[in-house]
Design a protein around this ligand. Structure first.
Ligand code: 5GP
Length: 226
């Protein structure tokens, strides 16, 4: 493989199903790896250090930040630090491996400033409407009502920025969302390998047409008609 890998950024409100979609995708896709984020938040039951996240102390995070080791970082939900280490990603991309990660909107912005499209490709995984999202938050359990409301407020803020993404994937059925991301990756890989630029352009054009209809429905569901 001579072309460099592509960095796929998957954003969208928490509980939009990003974790399940990425898990299924990663089980199937070849030459695609997940970036493991660093976070200062505590592990949830069932989460393992080095697999789900790198769970670091605030001091360690701040020290590596000072050393310039993060490609991006953000405070998410006004509380915890999350970030992407520069070293492991750059090494794998140079080897032609594609990387995918779950990231928040602030992270997307920072990565894109340093690695603009098509080196990085930003995908917004759109959740259903706010009520369904709140139900999903609740069914996960383990969080106070205040924390849930904070998540909903973050979700609404993120939804307002869907226009900034390269692709919009509607996440009602996991399987379809996974297939759409696979198709996006095929098209973007073809472009980066210089094989079929036309195919990539066609995929993006088709996506743009679908996207217009979807975005309208989406904005209505979320009451964001600005
Ligand atoms: P959670 O705590 O529910 O696992 O994740 C909270 C949020 O942090 C999610 O929206 C997720 O996309 C975001 N996130 C996870 N890793 C990173 C990261 O490395 N950088 C940034 N900016 N956000 C991240």
């Amino acid at each position: 493989m001579s072309a460099k890998g592509i960095f796929f950024l998957v954003a969208g409100p928490t509980a939009a199903g990003k974790t399940s979609v990425l898990k299924t995708l990663l089980e199937r896709a070849k030459g695609l790896e997940k970036d493991i984020s660093v976070t200062t938040r505590a592990p949830r039951p069932g989460e393992a250090d080095g697999r789900d996240y790198r769970f670091w102390t605030r001091e360690r995070f701040e020290q590596r930040l000072k050393q310039g080791d993060f490609l991006e970082h953000a405070v998410v939900h006004g509380m915890d630090f999350y970030g992407t280490l520069r070293g492991p990603i750059e090494a794998r991309l140079d080897q032609g491996v594609d990387i995918i990660k779950d990231i928040d909107v602030q992270g997307v912005e920072q990565v894109r400033a340093k690695m603009p499209y098509p080196r990085s490709v930003a995908i917004f995984l759109a959740p259903p409407g706010p009520l369904e999202l709140l139900d999903r938050f609740r069914s996960r359990g383990g969080e106070t009502e205040e924390a849930l409301q904070r998540r909903l407020a973050s979700a609404t803020k993120e939804v307002r920025r869907i226009g900034e993404y390269d692709y919009l994937v509607w996440n009602e059925v996991i399987e379809s969302a996974v297939e759409e991301i696979e198709a996006i990756r095929r098209a973007e890989r073809a472009r980066s390998e210089g094989r079929t630029q036309d195919a990539a352009d066609a995929a993006r054009t088709a996506d743009a047409a679908r996207r217009e209809r979807r975005e309208a429905a989406f904005r209505k569901a979320w009451h964001v008609d600005d």
